[in-house]
Structure formats: structure tokens, C-alpha cells
Design a binder for this molecule. Structure first.
Ligand SMILES: Cc1cc2nc3c(=O)[nH]c(=O)nc-3n(C[C@H](O)[C@H](O)[C@H](O)COP(=O)(O)OP(=O)(O)OC[C@H]3O[C@@H](n4cnc5c(N)ncnc54)[C@H](O)[C@@H]3O)c2cc1C
Length: 497
């Protein structure tokens, strides 16, 4: 049947940094892999990472792996798992050297070593970077290497469902967005690398709007364990109008935060949550808040922060070389996600999760800048190896098709008669989450947000076409956002009660 692919060894869902690293790692060890994602690899959110990737490459400036571990645990509010953090920080030099060896063009210091700079939450220059295009350079290199190694891809395939038999994952079903047909793929193991969910704070997020945590919602549906879903990080410096990120490397280089009176009000290099709260409190007092990098000078900005300058010009219509940048804290990163053990396996046999969709307990309640790119590479390499070991113990099985069940779900959506525009609900949800499930959370606000979601009228789809129906995909993503938002609020309520 042409709509069925099987049986492959490892199905990797998501082609960001985590998915591509896992694919390269597993294929190198001889497994038959397939990478499937809803968009193209270079469009994944990894491409947006600017500041850098943390690794202690030498002890010459007094830094050490132990200090990296301590900074990570401290920033996490002591909620990260010591063993997992140690594993990640110890893997870090190897992860960066591996990226260097496959061709990532890191910025260099005067001795031609990989250059490192300071981000928040540490005293040390620990983040390796490529100007302020670090994620893009990493992603392009991973994709180049994937093509060179003939890793097979399916693009524009949206994850619809898991295939589960005998309490183990056996594959997944996708909507081929181009043709509108469903495709099921059988696999001995599946690695989820579908990214985070801070995009559900629509209009108040640095994330792509497609970052809706789809695989996490599916895990919730099947009772696959998730954890810490209320832990969403707010980045201190989103552009005021557009929420687009101005990287922490701007503060690391000496950027100052000023209020309308021109006063500094916080140590800019504290961990993100503390800086975000300080800015939020200023805004509540009626102050405007600005990032000032004018004193760094045009040459430095052009060399080290070229993208930040372009973004500020394009989206805020100001030039940071001569003007203050208006900013506000915005939703940026989801620390919670699909719970995994130390092998990065979920609570379902054969199903792994890696990167921002997972909760590998390395960030606790607040991620250290530069540790996410590290996690996706260090744990991407590990998860590939672990899945290869797992599939060696698996036999070929006859799996039952679930295509009809998934097809019925789409038909049911098309049958809904209400024509209310769900895009309006999506905007409203973003607003409610930002104001009521934001930086500071009160029980009353959380209950109001939950009530808002419960009272949303049922919506349908006006566009019922089959081929390239992106509205259907956005509709499905919005439904996932609602599932996640509910879980996030319920989880927050458990803490404030
Ligand atoms: C603006 C910005 C700047 C950042 N800067 C830094 C930084 O300097 N340093 C740092 O450490 N971290 C940074 N981060 C965080 C870091 O970039 C991300 O956490 C990390 O790249 C996530 O990688 P990932 O592979 O887990 O997910 P992603 O890169 O988000 O990839 C997810 C993949 O899953 C696919 N997918 C999603 N849903 C579906 C579905 N339903 N069906 C099929 N496929 C699906 C997507 O198409 C994509 O291919 C930044 C984040 C942002 C937004």
C-alpha cells in the first residue's frame, strides 16, 4: 500500500538540531533511519538561536566543567537533576568539537581557537558562537552532513498519531500536507525531536508560531508521562512591538538595561528569570524599559551582533548604534515536556524524546542561556546511540494499520459546522496566557485563564480543501495548544495552591 512505509529501524520526527544530530548518530552506527518533519530542516527553530552553545573547552580562564554544572543547577533553582546535568556538561566539549569537526564555522579568537563569550548566569566566557547566527550555522552544517550521508527525509509531513501495539511504539501516522493524504510509517523505535511549546503565547513569544508542542499533546492523550509543563522561560529582551529576540549576548557584551528615567535597575547578567521579573516590575510601575548597547560602538556591533542590529532596524525601526532598544520580557523556552529517563527513553517502550520537546531534567525551572543548543547536540548524539542499541533487541512484527481511524478524525473536523475564526481564538489565547500565566502567577489569574479555555466556543474550518490545506494544520496545532495550555495551567495551580 503506497501510504505505508515500513519497517524501518528508527523514525525520527523533527528535523531541527536535535533530530538531525540523532539521525547522523544513529545512521553512523548502521541503523536504517528516516527523518520526517512538518517543514524543512533549515526552517526549524534551531535556526533562530543566536547567542551560543555552552562548553568548557579549557581551564585557562578559571572555568571548569564543575562550574558549568554548578551554574546550571543554580539557575534551575536547584530543580535540575544533578546526574543529567553532569552528563550534559561533561559531554559539552565533545559536542562542540564534534560540530567543529563536521564543519560548523565558529567565530575564532586571536589564537584561532573557538571564541567564547559570556551569557547570563555565569562569570565565565563559555558560549561558543558564530557571530549571532550560531543556530543557523549549526543547523546548516547538520543538514549538509545529512545530505552528504544520504539520510532520507520526508518534508511537509505533519505528525497526526502514534502507532502503539503491545505497550510499545511501532511507528506514526502523518498528514502529507502537499497531497492531503495520510501516510503511516512503521518503525522499531521512534525518536521525538519536535521542539518546544512557547509559541502558544501567541504574539508574546520569540518562538515560531508553529512551536505548539504537538508531540507533547499526543503524549498527554496516550498517558505517556510529561513533566514540569508549567516551567516556561521568559526571555528579558524581546523587541517591544514584535517580541523578536535580542540575544543575551548583547547583555553579555556589556549591554545595559535602563528604565524611562535612564536608571539601571538590575544586574543585567543575572539568570533570565530574575532579569525578566525586574523588567516586568518596572513595566507594572508604568516605566518603559530599554536595552542600551550604544557604548559598544558600531564596529563591535557589526562584527559580533550584526543580526541584532538588523532585527532592531527592521522590526522596531531604530538603530541600536545610536538609539535605545525598547524591550519587554517574552515567552521563550519550554523547560517542561515529555519525561525521559537517563537513556532519553519516554515511559513508552521504544519511544525516545530529545531536545526542547523533552524534559531531561537539565534545566529545572530556568534554563541557562547556551544550554539548549548544548542539550540538542550532546543528547542528540546520545539518543541516536541508545535507539540503535534498542532496535537490536526488536523483532519484525506485523502491525495493524490505523489509517482509517486517523482519516475519520479529519472527516469529523470537516463536519463541524461552526465557522467561527479560530485564528481570533489563537490570538486571544496568547494574550490570556501572557497576562495570566506569565512571569508572575497568581491563583486567581490561573483560574481565570483556565475558565477562558473551558468557555471557548467550538470552532470548525471554513477551508475544507484536501491539497496543501495549511489552515487544517494550523487548526490542528491550535487544538494542541489548548491541550497544552490546560495542562500548563493545571500544573501551575498545583504549585500556587
Ligand atoms: C530566537 C531564539 C534564540 C535562541 N537562542 C539560543 C541560543 O543562543 N543558545 C541556546 O542554547 N538556545 C537558544 N535558543 C533555544 C534553542 O534554539 C532551541 O531550544 C533548540 O534549537 C530546539 O531544537 P529542537 O531540535 O529541539 O527543536 P526545533 O529546532 O524547534 O525543531 C523541531 C522540529 O520538529 C518539527 N515538528 C514540530 N511539530 C511537528 C509535527 N507536528 N509534525 C512533524 N514535525 C514537527 C519542526 O518542523 C522542526 O523540524 C533560542 C531559541 C529562540 C527561539
Amino acid at each position: 500500500m503506497e501510504n505505508t512505509i515500513g519497517m524501518i529501524d528508527i523514525l525520527i520526527i523533527g528535523s531541527g538540531g536535535a533530530g538531525l544530530t540523532a539521525a547522523l548518530s544513529a545512521q553512523k552506527l548502521g541503523s536504517k533511519v528516516l527523518v520526517v518533519s512538518e517543514s524543512y530542516p533549515t526552517r526549524s527553530q534551531t535556526s533562530m538561536a543566536q547567542g551560543g552553545i555552552n562548553a568548557v573547552l579549557s581551564d585557562k580562564n578559571g572555568d571548569s566543567i564543575q562550574k558549568h554544572i554548578e551554574d546550571t543547577i543554580k539557575a534551575s533553582h536547584f530543580l535540575a537533576d544533578n546526574k543529567m546535568v553532569t552528563m550534559m556538561c561533561e559531554d559539552a566539549p565533545n559536542a562542540v568539537n564534534w560540530l567543529d569537526s563536521i564543519g560548523v564555522i565558529f567565530s575564532r579568537d586571536n589564537d584561532a581557537n573557538i571564541a567564547q563569550r559570556k551569557l547570563g548566569g555565569t562569570k565565565y566566557n563559555r558560549a561558543c558562537y558564530s557571530q549571532d547566527y550560531t543556530g543557523l550555522k549549526i543547523l546548516q552544517t547538520l543538514f549538509d552532513n545529512s545530505l552528504k550521508n544520504k539520510i532520507p527525509f520526508l518534508y511537509e509531513h505533519y505528525l497526526m498519531d502514534f502507532i502503539i501495539e503491545e505497550n510499545a511504539i511501532k511507528g506514526a501516522v502523518f498528514l502529507d500536507i502537499r497531497s492531503g493524504k495520510l501516510k503511516e510509517i512503521f518503525a522499531k523505535s521512534v525518536i521525538l525531536a519536535t521542539g518546544g511549546y512557547a509559541g502558544i503565547y501567541h504574539s508574546h513569544t520569540t518562538n515560531m508560531y508553529s512551536s505548539t508542542g504537538d508531540a507533547i499533546s499526543l503524549c498527554i492523550k496516550y498517558g505517556i508521562k510529561t513533566s514540569n509543563l508549567d516551567f516556561v522561560q521568559f526571555h528579558p529582551t524581546g523587541l517591544k512591538k514584535s517580541s523578536i529576540l535580542i540575544s543575551e549576548s548583547a547583555r553579555g557584551a556589556g549591554g545595559k538595561l535602563l528604565n524611562s528615567k535612564g536608571e539601571r535597575f538590575v544586574d543585567e547578567l543575572l539568570p533570565r528569570d530574575k532579569v525578566s521579573i525586574a523588567i516586568w516590575e518596572q513595566i507594572q510601575k508604568g516605566e518603559e524599559v530599554f536595552l542600551d548597547i550604544r557604548h559598544l560602538g558600531e564596529d563591535f556591533i557589526n562584527e559580533n551582533l550584526p543580526q541584532e542590529r538588523k532585527l532592531a532596524k527592521l522590526y522596531e525601526n531604530i538603530d541600536p548604534v545610536t538609539e535605545l532598544i525598547p524591550i519587554k520580557p517574552v515567552a521563550h523556552y519550554s523547560m517542561g515536556g515529555i519525561a525521559v529517563d537517563e537513556n532519553l527513553m519516554t515511559s513508552l517502550d521504544g519511544l525516545y524524546a530529545v531536545g526542547e520537546c523533552s524534559d531531561a531534567k537539565v534545566h529545572g525551572a530556568n534554563r541557562l542561556g547556551g544550554n539548549s543548543l548544548l542539550e540538542i547536540i550532546a543528547f542528540g548524539l546520545r539518543v541516536g546511540e541508545n535507539a540503535v542499541t534498542f532496535v537490536k533487541s526488536q523483532k519484525e512484527l506485523q502491525i495493524k494499520s490505523i489509517l482509517l481511524k486517523v482519516q475519520k478524525r479529519i472527516e469529523d473536523i470537516f463536519d463541524i459546522q461552526e465557522d467561527t475564526n479560530f485564528y481570533k481564538q489563537r490570538d486571544e489565547l496568547g494574550e490570556v496566557l501572557y497576562l495570566k500565566v506569565g512571569i508572575k502567577r497568581e491563583k486567581e489569574d490561573l483560574l481565570k485563564a483556565l475558565d477562558f479555555i473551558k468557555k471557548l466556543p467550538k470552532v470548525g474550518l471554513i477551508d475544507k480543501s484536501i491539497v496543501y490545506n495549511n489552515t487544517l494544520v494550523e487548526y490542528l496545532k491550535f487544538q494542541n495548544s489548548l491541550v497544552l495550555a490546560k495542562e500548563m495551567i493545571t500544573s501551575s495551580l498545583r504549585i500556587v495552591l
